[in-house]
Write a protein that binds this ligand. Sequence first.
Ligand SMILES: [Mg+2]
Length: 263
Amino acid sequence: MIKAIFFDLDDTLLWDQKSIKEAFIATCRIAEERYGIDAEELESAVREAAKKLYSTYDTYPFTQMIGINPFEGLWGTFLDEIKEFKKLKEIVPAYRKDAWTAGLKKMGIDDADFGHELAERFPEQRRKLPFVYEDTFETLESLKGMYQLLLLTNGSPHLQNTKLEISPELVPYFDQIVISGDYGRGKPDPGIFEYALSKLSLAKEEAIMVGDNLMTDILGANRAGIKSVWINRHNKQRNEVIPAYEIQHLADLHTILEELNQN
Ligand SMILES: [Mg+2]
């Protein structure tokens, strides 16, 4: 009997990748206007520079373990209580500036002041551009009351809470919110799934995990013995991680839940 549904946040309920993409477009347009460079090419250059730079900091193993990606580093402020986040908070202002400046440089523009300006514009744009998938609310609405709902998200508590603050309609649907930065380890560590179960006093057979990421949501749920549902909205290829179920729309959850609860 399934009593609870665990939902991933980014790119499962919130369309984070679209928000990041749109923030890049808006910010790179400023550079296009200023210097006549191609906005899309600048975006690729900055993304590449950011990924490279992000992996050089001492905080990299920590960000990997908690699940904070380089683009989150481009807009998060990481005003978290936990010690390791303090280091990240110190690093990110220079990281942003350097990533944008390196991207500009790749385009033949040597202008660190402008790099700094763009680095500051990007977070403003990201905050202005939250996207929620169109089936998110109707699905949560239909499940609320029938199941306990738990949000299980990787990331900095401060940044994940910022995302929830700018899409405030989401929070009331959830009985519990578990953020990896608070717990100390991220998905796919089975410990965080066990912690989530304990928050609702449930056994692993009584929950199901829904997420878009095979390497975190699905792998972690599988390790913890929780049935996994891979939401594959954008027709991605599966890798070696095998979900119990695969769906393309959140509404398909109903069929799975009916089937599971018949037995
Ligand atoms: Mg996700």
